[in-house]
Design a protein. Structure first.
Length: 367
């Protein structure tokens, strides 16, 4: 299987399946000297761990990370960092009846067409447990960004028809909300909405918004490796993401140039600034120094307990009710995954940028 590696200078390769022995990741390109420990990585994994409340899958996993290489005396060595999380509570028998069926909304049919057979136990590589490796790698990227005073904060913007009110938002509320909303009133409404869908054995979609602060101007390549293009690829590679927008996003299609254009000005420190930020912090594929703001739309969890119609691998029409342990909504546990993929992309492009200017190379090596 190709396509399990992301990045150019800061490379991340995830491995493992939902019902295999373990899942993990190898991170190559991390500089030596970054303070790092299993406890630091674990704090990020705790945010995506299953079974934390009634709005996530009841599958209980400790998701305890083990760092197997690349760390010595609490710091990175500059060599590849390998991390592993053992799967402990697989219930593969829950999927035995699905071996020959194509579940609506899942990748069963497309995997069969591509590979000729598939690991039907929990979705294999297309399972949400693949994101454990992303979050472990993202933890390293986020710790690197802290060294540069760059912060990445994601949260749930909407669940179903319930959307946050920015006038009521507080970043401290994200951790207080069971659904990771910065608006606790919207969180309460979303929880009630989720309960209604769960009673109907249905699932719900939603949207994650991410804000990046402290990003310097000048990061990103102007053609194929635009910063916004790479962020879109990184986020769209997360399972269940069906849409991505940055800044004004799709709203820009109904705006005039006089509205959409962000006028420049100079602040009291004689720094170039923008009066507005419809561009979302990126111009021409390159960061402009303002906040980077993007959003990702997640589809409802495809595994639902309602009766649906499908076919088997012989082409015969059959009814299906998906059983097992599944999230009624993906969004809250995906918040840290979005942060992770954004951070991995930022670090990779910051490292790429190190060779953009000769004067900066000379300044670095000829001190």
């Amino acid at each position: 299987m190709s396509g399990s590696t992301y990045g150019t200078q800061f490379k991340v390769t995830t491995w493992g399946e939902s019902h295999g022995k373990a899942v993990g990741v190898v991170v190559d390109g991390c500089p030596a000297g970054l303070p790092l420990s299993e406890e630091m990585i674990q704090s990020y994994l705790e945010r995506r761990k299953p079974g934390q409340n009634k709005y996530s899958t009841p599958r209980k996993e400790n998701d305890t990370v083990v760092i197997e290489s690349g760390i010595f005396e609490g710091k990175t060595t500059g060599t590849p960092i390998s991390m592993r999380v053992v799967n402990q509570t697989q219930r593969s028998k829950d999927y035995s009846e699905l071996a020959s069926l194509y579940r609506p909304g899942h990748a069963d049919y497309t995997f069969d067409q591509k590979y000729g057979f598939r690991d039907y136990r929990g979705g294999g590589r297309s399972s949400g447990r693949e994101t454990i490796g992303r979050v472990a790698a993202g933890a390293i990227a986020l710790e690197l960004l802290k060294q540069l005073k760059i912060t990445v904060t994601a949260y749930t913007k909407s669940i179903g028809t319930i959307t946050i009110d920015y006038s009521r938002c507080n970043r401290e509320n994200i951790e207080k909300s069971p659904v990771c909303m910065p608006d606790l009133e919207a969180s309460r409404q979303a929880e009630e909405y989720l309960k209604q869908q769960m009673e109907k054995k249905d699932s719900t979609g939603g949207m994650v918004e991410c804000i990046i602060t402290g990003m310097p101007a000048g990061i990103g390549e102007p053609v194929f490796d635009k910063l916004d293009a790479n962020l879109a690829k990184a986020v769209m590679s997360i399972g269940a993401v069906k849409g991505f927008e940055i800044g004004s996003g799709f709203q820009a299609a109904s705006m005039n140039g006089s509205e959409q254009n962000d006028e420049f000005c100079v602040d009291e420190m004689q720094r170039v600034q923008k009066k507005t930020n419809y561009a979302g912090g990126i111009l021409g594929g390159i960061s402009d120094g303002s906040e980077i703001i993007f959003r990702a739309a997640f589809k409802p969890t495809p595994s639902i307990g309602q009766l649906q119609n499908t076919v088997n691998n012989n082409g015969e029409a059959v009814p299906i009710i998906v059983t097992g342990r599944h999230d009624p909504i993906i969004v809250p546990r995906a918040v840290v995954v979005v942060e992770s993929m954004a951070a991995i992309t930022l670090v990779d492009m910051i490292f790429q940028n190190m060779t953009s200017r000769l004067d900066k190379i000379c300044e670095f090596y000829m001190k």
